[in-house]
Ligand binder design. Sequence first.
Ligand SMILES: *Cc1c(COP(=O)(O)O)cnc(C)c1O
Length: 341
Amino acid sequence: MRLVLDGGALVSNWRALDRLSGDASAGAAVKADGYGLGAAEVARRLAAAGCRDFFVAHWGEAQALTGLVDPARLAVLHGIAPGEEAAATAGLAVPVLNSAEQIARWREAGGGRCHVMVDTGMSRLGLNWREDVAGLCAGLDIDLCMSHLASAEEDTAQNAAQLARFEQARQQVAARRYSFANSAGIALGTGYHFDCTRPGLALYGGVPCDELADHICPVMRIETRILQVRHVRAGDSVGYGATFVAQHDMRTATLALGYADGFKRALSSIGAFRNGDARLPILGRVSMDLTCIDLSAAPALGEGDWIAADFVLPEVQAATGISQYEWLTQIGRRFDRIWVD
Ligand SMILES: *Cc1c(COP(=O)(O)O)cnc(C)c1O
């Protein structure tokens, strides 16, 4: 099994997002192992293309990027928990301080350059905009003051409300730079860009909103081999639970790929593979390590041949109701990750 990863498409997506960010420069969210694609390979390519700011969630993820990106421009979004003082002051990366406790811990540990997250209405992580943000941040050496949009991919009043609160925080927090927009936030327009944007999903071929659809290319292709070709007779069933019963004799293939690889059961009976223009539907349930498809439309394919899934992130999200973020970040570890440029 292999994930064929298009480095040219990744860079082209970053360039498009950087361009759409106007005067701001686009960074890259590479947490969760680069949304499943491989953070080191992603960061190396984006750094070579000119991307400077990188965002991970955990210190371990920052460690994995040592030598690939400038540690002064690598941000750890979860900040500094008790016991992480040594990691945070070792110069691996810069913590994003999210609470009064984290700020106190950072000062106690010796401080230095940091980032600050202000929660402008997501009630998740960051200094509450209703708090005395100015007082909490006084004296800190802040590079990025940031906030995160809750509903950037939707046309909702929450975006403008968060923006107004962020503008207010900006008056109170002295920082070198300000950062607000994720992928979908970039499409909300200039007012949301500030100095640095933080796309993740769209770098990897996810399309969070229609405005980005024309700018983003797919990066990941799922390929696997045909393990066995079968001749199923009318009335035979396929797979667990016998949810597919053949109406006529047909040629099927059993593929090495299953839900243990992040090829989720939600694709059972609705997903497909591709051979040129021919669509080869999944038959019955996706199993842990195996998936069966209708091979009738691909008579030339046989045992041992490679075949690609019909897997376009926004389409798969629409068909299954499972978000593009989950599809990407839960893609399996058993794939060979093969980068083509
Ligand atoms: C994950 C994350 C991003 C990237 O968001 P996308 O929707 O994937 O573009 C940006 N900022 C923060 C704080 C994040 O946690």
